[in-house]
Design a protein around this ligand. Structure first.
Ligand SMILES: NC(=O)c1ccc[n+]([C@@H]2O[C@H](COP(=O)([O-])OP(=O)(O)OC[C@H]3O[C@@H](n4cnc5c(N)ncnc54)[C@H](OP(=O)(O)O)[C@@H]3O)[C@@H](O)[C@H]2O)c1
Length: 221
């Protein structure tokens, strides 16, 4: 979907990091709708990435053919080609419907989640069935002036952290997996440097007031 598997495959080969220390995610999407096409897409991803296995393979969104696609992913787990199956952009009902038709509970549901839209109700349902919520655009892709937000900046001063770090830490405190994106080395480092402090209950409640309760990207539940 992002056209980056081949270049990533070459980078993995050259980086000299043992395979087990890397966690590689890819996904099947619109052209892969259907059982056979998903089977083919998994082989194609493995070839592009030059890997024997992929750690996590997602279904990009709830397609009509989602159940068949999921079955192909389950078989790939049995064959050792992928370690875990995830879904993406499933709302509560779509997720519960999938559970009725699958054998393996999805490891994650990757959905839009950030300080302005933190999906408490969805997360509760996912966790009740053993699925972790993974936040895409965890920095709201910079929308709503998140990087200069007063609440985040003020809390950041207390811990000597940036507003971005406070926004990400909030999601971690709420037991989410986060995948912030940066093309800048300093900001990449910043986005990993989150594990030497804890937000207290009062901070978490203050950040909770930023909640707007709706998608910033036009996704509807
Ligand atoms: N499953 C889906 O449907 C779906 C949908 C959307 C996104 N995603 C995935 O989610 C991941 C992240 O999403 P995203 O890129 O949309 O949004 P994001 O991670 O919330 O925000 C990225 C933006 O924030 C900036 N940034 C990053 N770290 C920063 C920091 N510490 N301080 C200030 N600015 C910072 C980046 O600029 P610089 O690069 O200049 O640092 C970039 O403009 C991506 O891997 C994307 O593929 C998945």
């Amino acid at each position: 979907m992002y056209g980056n598997e081949k270049i990533l495959g070459r980078a993995i080969k050259r980086c000299n990091v043992p395979r087990e220390e890397l966690f590689i995610t890819s996904k099947v999407y619109t052209p892969d709708r259907g059982y056979e096409r998903t089977k083919f897409a998994i082989e194609d991803s493995l070839k592009n990435l030059q890997l024997d296995y992929i750690d996590l393979m997602l279904i990009h969104e709830p397609y009509r053919e989602g159940t068949e696609m999921y079955k192909a992913l389950e078989e790939a787990v049995e064959e050792g080609k992928i370690k875990s199956i995830g879904i993406s952009n499933y709302n509560k009902n779509e997720y519960l419907d999938l559970l009725e038709h699958c054998n393996v509970v999805p490891a994650v549901n990757q959905v839009e989640a950030h300080v302005f839209y933190s999906r408490k109700e969805l997360q509760k349902v996912l966790e009740a069935h053993g699925t972790v919520m993974e936040a895409w655009s965890p920095l709201a892709a910079g929308k709503n002036n998140i990087f200069t937000n007063k609440v985040l900046v003020e809390i950041g001063k207390k811990y000597n952290k940036t507003s971005a770090q406070i926004a990400l830490k909030y999601l971690l405190s709420r037991n989410m997996v986060i995948i912030p994106k940066s093309s800048n080395l300093d900001r990449l480092r910043q986005n990993i440097d989150l594990f030497d402090f804890e937000l207290n209950k009062e901070d978490i409640e203050k950040i909770g007031t930023l909640e707007k309760g709706e998608s910033l990207f036009g996704w509807y539940d």
